[in-house]
Design a protein around this ligand. Structure first.
Ligand code: SF4
Length: 295
């Protein structure tokens, strides 16, 4: 391998494979095939170095992640999806942040643990799995014991999820859409529902249903689903899929915080917030299907 800022040979085989998948990059379903080690950029807009917008104890996540000390959260810049309604577009689309080393990530994980955080929460991780998992390995060698939360837009490859086995404790992917045409229009990416569902199945096979002990998530799958106006997010089909093809005990946060941001003004159907009934109806349906609602 060429151009790497760390000695990849010192890491375990899955990490070496994840790094190799950036040269050329096939790390996510976008399959851009650019060489991220030599200043070529794909859809995510980030090189092989992780770019971080902020690292902080975060108290705005689901209560099962927060606890007393907060969720130790890394907000990574760049994203492998380009949602027109993104609420963090300065970070995800414009890649605002600072490039950091793998060693720095590991040091910050240890620091968040020392501060009393409940877990390490890796937000928008899909395009940076190589450096992130290398940092986890370094941090564990120095005493990191917290659960690792992999937080993504849900546009992930099953082959990459398999390589994360043993490094990730809690998967927290989005399920954004069930209609491929809507998904393509609003994310700019094709095949989102099919790719997303395959990723969810792989994640669940690896970690199972969400296990909560003493009020805190320890291991398992936690789905996030943001309700858009006019049923654009396809909530009922997503709930059916989870209940019938993943597990009737799947934990899901059906989120109500959509508001028009970024380029949403250009799309007539998403220039308003969902009504209270548009939120409550899928929540009722999820309960009827037996899913576990968390918030
Ligand atoms: S990680 Fe980035 S460069 Fe690599 S395939 Fe995905 S979007 Fe493209």
């Amino acid at each position: 391998m060429t151009g790497w800022p760390v000695n990849i040979d010192q890491f375990s085989k899955p990490i070496q494979k994840l790094w190799a998948m950036m040269e050329p990059c096939v790390l996510c379903p976008q399959q851009c095939r650019v060489d991220r080690t030599h200043n070529e950029y794909g859809i995510c807009g980030i090189s092989h170095l992780p770019r971080v917008s902020s690292i902080t104890p975060h108290f705005g996540e689901e209560s099962v992640l927060v606890g007393r000390g907060g969720s130790g959260t890394f907000f990574f810049a760049g994203c492998n999806l380009k949602c027109v309604f993104c609420q963090n577009y300065d970070i995800s689309h414009h890649c605002a942040g600072e490039d950091v080393s793998v060693e720095h990530l590991a040091e910050q994980m240890i620091k968040l643990q020392a501060m009393g955080c409940s877990n390490i929460n890796l937000v928008t991780a899909s395009h940076l799995t190589g450096p992130i998992v290398a940092a986890i390995e370094l941090a564990r060698a120095k005493g990191l014991e917290l659960p690792i939360v992999y937080n993504s837009g849900g546009y992930d490859s099953p082959g990459v999820i398999a390589l994360l086995d043993g490094y990730v404790d809690i998967y927290m992917p989005d399920m954004k859409f069930s209609d491929p045409d809507v998904a393509e229009k609003l994310t700019g990416s094709s095949g989102y529902p099919q790719i997303n569902q395959a990723a969810i199945v792989s994640m669940h096979q690896q970690v199972g249903d969400l296990i909560i002990e003493d009020g805190l998530a320890r291991r398992g799958l936690l789905i996030r689903h943001l309700v858009l106006p006019d049923e654009l997010s396809g909530s009922y089909d997503i709930i059916d899929f989870l209940a019938e093809e993943v597990s009737a005990d799947t934990a899901i946060n059906i989120m109500d915080q959509y508001r028009p941001c970024f380029r949403a003004v250009d799309y007539e159907q998403i220039i308003r917030r969902p009504t209270a009934e548009e939120i409550e109806s899928p929540r009722r349906y999820a309960r009827q299907k037996g899913l576990r609602l968390v918030d």
